[in-house]
Design a protein around this ligand. Structure first.
Ligand code: G3P
Length: 221
């Protein structure tokens, strides 16, 4: 499973990209607004430079296919590695079909059911963002949808990649990997948490302490 970072914060993305474990970036209007990015093109182009080999998802905000297509074509010219993020609506799928037929990668977002994922795959979506946390937040099984969608895509050998989105904690990442997601897009804070385990920290300290003793000749012969 590939790991993307779900962020529009340049410092977070720069740091995460330095770890050698991130394969892409997803943004959305809320993330862009959170970091008060007035010049979206500028920040997206900076992000595309920080993760040059990975897809950078940029979301359209028009409600009709014509507007989405105009936005997406514009986004696709900002960098080589742009994926146009499109909401799971009828107008959105019309736009995804256009992008598919014109060689522009897409990330269909705000997917909350297997049938919505099927429609996105039928339109040729490159990535299907099935939201986990927001489903859990209302008391239903967000990860169960990931498993369902991954099974359907696999059974029918469909080309779309299943992207687990709306990740809330490290266990969601583990569960997404075991549920068969191709990608998880993860907030910076959760990415950092994934590295941590008390036994690792304890083991590193113990190895260092014993090495230092060895260097100083303190170990009993
Ligand atoms: O960016 C798409 C998705 O990961 C955002 O989910 O629930 O954190 O807003 P959420």
């Amino acid at each position: 499973m590939k790991l993307f970072i779900d962020s529009a914060n340049l410092d977070e993305i720069r740091d995460a990209a330095s770890w050698g474990t991130i394969s892409g970036v997803t943004t959305n209007p809320t993330l862009l607004a959170k970091d008060n990015h007035g010049d979206v093109q500028k920040v997206i182009q900076e992000i595309a430079g920080l993760v040059p080999n990975g897809p950078i998802s940029v979301e359209v905000v028009s409600e009709d296919a014509k507007g989405m297509i105009e936005e997406g074509v514009k986004f696709s010219k900002w960098a080589e590695n742009i994926a146009v993020k499109v909401p799971m609506t009828k107008e959105g799928m019309k736009a995804v079909r256009y992008f598919t037929d014109n060689g522009i990668d897409t990330n269909v977002t705000l997917v909350f059911s297997a049938n919505q994922a099927l429609l996105a795959a039928a339109a040729g979506a490159t990535f299907i963002s099935s939201f986990v946390g927001r489903v859990d937040d209302i008391g239903f099984d967000g990860m169960g949808i990931i498993e369902e969608v991954a099974n359907i895509i696999g059974i029918h050998a469909m080309d779309s990649q299943v992207l687990a989105a709306s990740i809330r904690h490290p266990l969601h990442v583990t569960q997404a990997a075991t549920a068969g997601a191709d990608i998880a897009t993860i907030p910076y804070k959760v990415l950092q948490q994934m590295y941590l385990h008390p036994l690792t920290e304890k083991g590193v300290a113990a190895f260092k302490a014993d090495w230092d003793k060895l260097q100083s000749g303190m170990l009993a012969v």
